[in-house]
Write a protein that binds this ligand. Sequence first.
Ligand code: GLN
Length: 393
Amino acid sequence: METADESAPTAPPGTARRTHGFTESVIRGMTRLARKHGAVNLAQGFPDFPAPDLIKREGQRAIADGINQYAITWGSDRLREAIAEHQDEHYGLDVDPDREITVACGATEAMASTFLALVNPGDEVVILEPFYENYGPDAELCGAEPVFVPLAEDRTIDLERLERAFGDQTRAVVLNTPNNPTGRVFDRREMEGVAELCRRHDAYVFTDEIYEHIWYEGEHRSMASLPGMRDRTVTVSGASKTFSITGWRIGWIVAPPEATDAIRKVHDFLTVGAPAPLQEGVAAGLEELGADYYERLEADYRRRREILHEALTAAGFRCSRPEGAYYVLADFSGVSDLPDDEFARWLTREVGVAPVPGSSFFSDPERGRDLVRFAFCKTEETLEKAAGRLASL
Ligand code: GLN
């Protein structure tokens, strides 16, 4: 049988135990399958439209001007200044670029460095599910125990259940808002509930805010801006989604000074630093793109959301409009009886539209058997093409 990527964890001899508990990325496996079959790739969340000219020009200028050697390990002065300015402007947070910001190779490295720097073997890390696939492996790579807490049926945070998951061993909770894959933008009550538990149990929040500028309903709040949370929040974000440059690998971490010191050490020995000329491009984006840019980004995504949501509903999927981020998690039980992974491969091969199997977002794969995730970070033309193909269902 054809597989996107062989998904059962394996323990080949001669490999380290820390790699045995998780599989390769299912999301990136689906991208390879989409390529093989010439399917419209609505699996991996990367835009197929251009980045802002200003950012591309500034990256090119930096290369031409000879910015070709390592930047400062924790990020160029210019980019860290621009990130600090951004945190102040959007969240009213006064962040010290010299002591509280680290630039990393994408939010993925940012989150991994955070885990490795702040979590001990044996600690527990609470992860809400469905979850973005990185957090479990991040926990396992540092020998920690992921503790999964399902969202309620209506995809709100079940604060009582969350409370039961916290204990003496809890080191951190991972919060991703706007959320991948559910599209939730967690509201004030949910955020404050999480914050209260972290204060009570002296735990960190590792907050993944990579979709901070992509939301349609409610309001995105930065966890660090909640009362009493600045000193126990590690904020991970980056340029990939905001500026449509997922391949540039520029992410960042905003954390209190002592946490930052540890994170910088891990980051230094993992990657030394993020690409120097590309940091210049991103700095220019943060400095010069203002409210117009962010409003346009949101309006464009709102239209794309409508196209995909309409196409999926018309084809018989059950799904709601996401409040934020750029994914629709859809129930396909009205369309097919196949399990999610087979359905995702069938849809890619036979219909020419690639989604991500729902089971990859759950600790117990059975909970995702009727679900697939579609990304709508694509041109309207690409989405219309996918809609045309889905109509054949
Ligand atoms: N965050 C994106 C997704 O969920 C891309 C993942 C990745 O490949 N890094 O699809």
